[in-house]
Design a protein around this ligand. Structure first.
Ligand SMILES: *Cc1c(COP(=O)(O)O)cnc(C)c1O
Length: 376
């Protein structure tokens, strides 16, 4: 039995999403910008999808710009707002627990003459709203804060953070790739100007996402070329991808079921000693982050792999470099603890039997690895 517990990295496509996409890969392959019937039906499919995604966050359809995914949406939002508002100031505020596509965009902007403040979080992973207000200067043009964190699952208070930005007349961007459809986002009630979304974290296809852009937001075009996406993001539309994205948004995210699997998993972990749980009970339903003292996270991942159980170290994105994850260090883990961390991430396609298999294999794996571990 294969056990896939790496759903914070990517998810399997829902069969209903694939069904919805296939016609646009087979017979309705027109270019949405072509002035013929094939083009018109592609355009119609895109506009229907735009309405579905807009509604899901209580936005207007024209406020949704389709992109190639979360990374592009984050780059577009941050660099686009930075350069379009350069005359007002050069200061941007973000956090130490962002996805790399936000933190690297900010680091790049630093090289271009922007100043970045990286706010810290407390040991539970929460940002202090007062810290945000204190960091604001008369040069601040943008605040970018992750909504649901991809390694530790913490959910930041968008209402409180957005209100502060609004009060100071500063654009507020949030990366909601991990929280989208799992916790409510409502742009009528929350003062958010830009939101990054993607499809492949919610059982949609890879390579498609969106940026919510509040009407009136001053931003530079991201790709120049054709008039697609209001001229802000040129390029032939990914029709099938966009249709699949909208279908994924329409499907039930089964949060209660995922929560029940999480409970099963966490209860089972009590059988293992010398561990620390890094996510807290207020976090995203699908993310569980555990440090196994005295063992390399990578060793656990590799051992579970041999049993057909797929998990990730602290963060999938940090997995390929040897640096410990910033988010784990930010909540106070030592570099060694951070490197002993494994992330288990669930989806509605996981079963109780799969969790049982993990809970059968994992304690033995941990015991075996601790016996041979060089750090004691
Ligand atoms: C996955 C992810 C991204 C990147 O999205 P892609 O569509 O893979 O480019 C950005 N932010 C967060 C929080 C993510 O989980």
């Amino acid at each position: 039995m294969k056990v896939y517990l790496d759903n914070a990295s990517t998810t399997q496509i829902d069969p209903m999403v694939l069904e919805a996409m296939l016609p646009f890969l087979k017979k309705d392959y027109g270019n949405s910008f072509s002035p013929n019937k094939m083009g018109e039906s592609a355009m119609e499919a895109i506009e229907k999808s735009r309405i579905i995604i807009a509604k899901s966050i209580n936005a207007m359809p024209e406020e949704i710009i389709f992109t190639s995914g979360g990374t592009e949406s984050n780059n577009f939002a941050i660099k686009g707002v930075a350069f379009a508002n350069r005359d007002k100031g050069n200061h941007i505020i973000t956090t130490k627990i962002e996805h790399k596509s936000v933190s690297k965009s900010c680091e790049w902007l630093e090289e271009q003459g922007f100043e970045i403040t990286y706010l810290n979080v407390n040991e539970k992973g929460f940002l202090n709203v007062g810290d945000l207000e204190k960091a604001i200067t008369d040069k601040t043009i943008l605040v970018s804060i992750i909504h649901g964190q991809n390694e530790i699952g913490t959910i930041q208070d968008l209402n409180a953070l957005g209100d502060i930005c609004k009060k100071h007349n500063i654009y507020f961007h949030t990366d909601a790739c991990q929280s989208y459809t799992k916790t409510e986002i409502n742009v009528q009630e929350q003062a958010i100007d830009l939101i990054s979304l993607n499809a492949h974290k919610i059982h949609g296809p890879k390579g498609v996402g969106a940026l919510y852009l509040r009407n009136g937001t001053k931003i530079n075009a991201w790709q120049n070329g054709g008039a697609q996406e209001r001229g802000l993001r040129a390029g032939t539309d990914n029709v099938a991808g966009i249709v699949g994205f909208a279908k994924a948004v329409e499907l039930d995210s089964n949060i209660e079921y995922i929560n029940s699997l999480k409970e099963q998993l966490i209860n089972g972990f009590f059988a293992i000693d010398k561990i620390k749980m890094n996510n807290n009970q207020y976090g995203l339903p699908h993310i569980i982050s555990i440090s196994f003292f005295g063992i390399e996270g990578e060793a656990i991942v590799a051992s579970l792999d041999l049993e057909d159980i797929y998990v990730a170290t602290g963060s999938a994105c940090s997995s390929n470099d040897l640096q410990p994850s910033n988010a784990l260090l930010a909540i106070g883990l030592t570099p060694q603890e951070a490197n002993s961390t494994v992330r288990f991430s669930l989806s509605r396609f996981n079963t109780e039997q799969e969790i049982d298999k993990l809970l059968d294999v994992l304690p033995k794996t941990v015991e075996k690895l601790r016996k041979i571990s060089p750090f004691k």
